[in-house]
Design a protein around this ligand. Structure first.
Ligand code: FES
Length: 434
């Protein structure tokens, strides 16, 4: 897989942990969510350390399209219908507050933050957009209707959220890292209560935040049933023009567009990890048709954890682990959700009330159709007799010819051709194959 344009920004390197230490809070995972949790906690006077298995900000944070918006696809109509006004409003307000926090922090951090509208467009009729518009109005938000957003192809209308944001995620991190205590190349091998075992020392923490993308403690919380992963693809095109905002197709698997400096980022093609896909080819075909003078500067893929109901899991890891917290399942909206997580978990750790805690609580009821789909996928792939097997829970891995990797359809672990771990929840490489 190629590297994203964000990785042109260099982040400092941190030494591994080589001795045993104590901390108020241990954050496991050095992506945007974990680092923001550490930053906000530290600012609140809480002693925090971050343990990262490899290098910080190399996962989704390096591969995101970095939109900062409370507009998360066709979501609010669904939330309103399924959970009612309080949840839909809570989700919206939590994300608007996250956007405000990014806006405020970006005033101090040179990170190419730009205030722009976010558009949800449709190629399959205006009815779903009109429903979404009405749902948003019902919960007190006033989006605009745009019949001809500035896109190079015709659409059936768009719901416009004004004054949202976009930024450079790694430049933003450059601004929040100073003063944080971070250990890279420090995998947490196990947790004994809130004490973490790493290869060269223990971290004796009072509280732990698991911000590892896919949670790695299998015995609690049933996250392997409540989550699956999707891959999607991004092209950075030069000489493709300015689309004047951030866009997402209302249809799952449709296109996402935004500019970043001189480039246009074209995303799409999402599918469950481990399933067949055409990779970047549909994006390239689109670029040939609509931006024939463009040049491809970079191509990369990303991987997102998807929840059963469209709401991330942020809060207590499980009822049996009162001092362990989790932030996962950001459903492709990882930047704003990372800030929501940091704000919520900071309040949880400081024992302060947070109006949105119930909306994101991982222990909310989970009887949803997707639960059956996840169970079915796991059963089929556990019974498939082929090798290699996934070291996470034993499913049959599938060869991904686009990216030359072994991908797991059950929960989305991925391995390079030589067996090196690329994506969790597996925690180690593939054993040598006979
Ligand atoms: Fe869970 Fe492969 S990721 S079995």
């Amino acid at each position: 897989m190629g590297e994203s344009i964000w990785t042109e920004a260099q982040l400092p390197e941190y030494a591994p942990l080589r001795t045993s230490i104590a901390a108020d809070v241990l954050v496991i995972g050095g992506g945007m969510a974990g680092l923001l949790c550490a930053r906000l906690l530290q600012e609140a006077g809480v002693g925090c350390v971050v343990a990262e298995r490899c290098r910080i900000a190399q996962g989704v944070t390096a591969n995101t399209t970095a939109k900062l918006t409370a507009q998360h696809g066709l979501l609010y109509h669904k939330l309103l219908r399924q959970f009612g006004k309080e949840v839909a409003q809570g989700y919206l307000q939590a994300n608007l507050s996250a956007l405000d926090a990014f806006r405020a922090m970006s005033r101090e951090i040179p990170c190419q933050f730009q205030e722009l509208p976010a558009y949800l467009y449709s190629l399959e009729g205006a009815a779903p957009l009109q429903r979404e518009l009405r749902a948003l109005e019902d919960i007190g938000y006033r989006p605009a209707w745009e019949s001809r957003p500035p896109l190079p192809f015709p659409v059936d209308g768009a719901v416009k959220f004004p004054s949202q944001g976009q930024f450079h995620p790694l430049q933003f991190l450059q601004g929040i890292l100073p003063g944080l205590t971070i250990y890279e190349n420090t995998p947490v091998l196990s947790l004994e209560g809130t004490h973490a075992v790493t290869p060269h020392g223990r971290i004796r923490a009072q509280k732990v935040i698991v911000a590892t993308h896919f949670p790695f403690l299998n015995r609690h919380g049933a996250y392997f049933l409540k989550l699956f992963q999707e891959r999607s693809y991004v092209l950075a095109l030069e000489n493709a023009g300015d689309v004047g905002g951030m866009y997402i197709d209302a249809k799952s698997g449709g296109l996402s567009l935004r500019n970043a400096g001189s480039a246009l980022l074209l995303g799409g093609g999402s599918h469950r990890t481990g399933k067949k896909s055409a990779g970047w080819e549909p994006l390239r075909a689109f670029a040939r048709q609509y931006y024939p003078a463009s040049r491809e500067r970079a191509a990369w893929a990303t991987q997102d954890c998807i929840t059963l109901d469209g709401i991330p899991y942020i809060g207590q890891y499980s009822p049996k682990l009162p001092d362990i917290y989790v932030a996962t399942g950001f459903n492709k909206w990882g930047m704003t959700s990372s800030m929501v997580a940091a704000q919520l978990l900071k309040d949880a750790i400081l024992a302060r009330p947070n109006a949105y805690a119930g909306v994101f609580a991982p222990q909310r009821p989970m009887l949803r159709k997707q639960l059956l789909v996840n169970g079915w996928e796991a059963s089929v792939n556990l019974l498939t007799p082929t090798r290699p097997r996934c070291p996470h829970l034993g499913c049959a891995l599938k060869w991904n010819p686009q990216e030359h990797s072994w991908d797991c359809p059950c929960h989305g672990s991925r391995f390079a051709e030589n067996g090196r771990l690329l994506n969790n929840p597996a925690t180690g490489d593939l054993p040598p194959q006979e």
